[in-house]
Design a protein around this ligand. Structure first.
Ligand SMILES: CC(C)(COP(=O)(O)OP(=O)(O)OC[C@H]1O[C@@H](n2cnc3c(N)ncnc32)[C@H](O)[C@@H]1OP(=O)(O)O)[C@@H](O)C(=O)NCCC(=O)NCCSC(=O)CCC(=O)c1ccccc1C(=O)O
Length: 319
């Protein structure tokens, strides 16, 4: 094979950066080198690349928010050198059921990921392979619902749902095992859901006198239609991952072993696109269900402000 001149190398690097713009957290040079590797002969990175998107698992590093508090119920991580955050409910012994403390920690982590300009996509998942989340922790539920003022405060999961909907970055639910009850609503409020073949979806609330007459009802109707939504809520049946996919409840199903790999691949594909376009599209897709409250999302008002500014940049990553 003929030796490549420096100018040819630079030209290919420039085209490569045009095709796959570097994420702000990557150096332009690093990104170009990755593409150049693909364009050269059959080497290791060529094999790792599928459809132009690397398929290797990122290196996850523990992340913190600025409260200085430790996490007990969740794991919060960021991918080294990539714009991906991962937030994991870490109560596998309870099938990742949430208690008020869990929700408080999730809200802190989602806030941090929202405000971190190097993050473009957030993965939301549960520890282990048996459950994404089994809903509210039933051991804390008294006659008056999930109230334990002394130790935790009220169960604030509805605030978390709103936070995920308003968050101006895509949140991807990565589901292995059960996503049931309030845990099922949590995957529904995410932008996308990628499920392992062992995933099970369902609403269990009415069995224990609980219901979600907010997003839990409205988004479900939007996703699967009102007849199927009534079936899911009234009958409290469970559905397999392939049934859920056919119903339009989730985006795709993959083998359990490939779940994180596939989810990260989707994240990387999203990160190649304009974050501003994506944040406005998220608000737009949610607008019908979120009404005027949804239109208050900062992205919309930011765009008005930015478009009046002479320095307006279509790809600006505003917080
Ligand atoms: C999820 C299961 C189907 C899994 O079954 P299986 O794999 O056989 O495991 P188990 O042996 O049942 O469970 C293992 C272990 O985990 C404990 N556990 C499981 N789920 C919970 C839970 N939700 N809370 C507390 N603990 C849980 C279980 O007790 C076992 O512990 P051991 O010590 O080993 O015995 C199955 O576990 C199951 O059906 N779980 C219960 C699902 C459920 O009913 N969830 C609550 C639904 S209601 C809800 O989530 C609404 C809350 C809410 O978010 C809400 C939202 C909006 C408005 C209002 C509300 C509201 O206030 O209600």
């Amino acid at each position: 094979m003929a030796e490549m001149t420096d100018s040819a190398r630079r030209r290919i690097a420039s085209i490569a950066n045009h095709i796959m713009p570097a994420h702000p957290s990557q150096s332009q040079q690093g990104n170009a080198i990755a593409i150049l590797d693909c364009s050269s002969s059959m080497n290791d990175s060529f094999h790792r690349v599928h459809g132009g998107v690397p398929t290797d698992i990122p290196v996850w590093t523990p992340a913190r928010d600025d409260s200085g508090k430790e996490y007990t119920d969740i794991i919060y991580e960021k991918a080294v050198g990539e714009g991906i955050a991962k937030i994991t409910i870490n109560r596998p012994e309870r099938r990742n059921a949430f208690r008020p403390q869990t929700i408080k920690e999730l809200m802190r982590a989602f806030n941090d990921a929202r405000d971190d300009n190097s993050i473009g996509v957030i993965i939301f998942t549960g520890k282990g392979t048996k459950a994404f989340c089994s809903g509210g922790d039933q051991s804390l539920r008294g006659k008056e619902g999930y109230v334990d003022y002394d130790s935790f405060g009220r169960l604030n999961v509805l605030d978390l749902q709103v936070q995920i909907r308003r968050l101006p970055k895509p949140v991807i639910a990565m589901v292995a095992g059960y996503a049931v009850g309030g845990g099922h609503v949590l995957h529904m409020v995410c932008d996308l859901t990628i499920a392992a073949a062992n995933a099970i979806f369902g609403q269990t609330g009415p069995k224990v006198g609980s219901f979600d007459a907010g997003y839990g009802a409205s988004i479900m109707c939007r996703l699967i239609g009102p007849k199927k939504a009534r079936e899911m809520w009234y009958m409290t049946r469970f559905y397999t991952a392939s049934e859920a996919e056919k119903m339009g409840l989730i985006n795709t199903v993959v083998e359990l072993e490939k779940l994180e790999e596939e989810t990260v691949k989707w994240c990387r594909e999203i990160l190649r696109n304009s974050p501003m376009a994506i944040r406005v599209l998220k608000s737009a897709v949610n607008a019908v269900d979120d009404g005027h409250a949804g239109l208050q999302v900062p992205s919309i008002s930011s765009i008005f402000q930015l478009s009046l500014s002479p320095t307006y940049n279509n790809d600006a990553r505003v917080g």
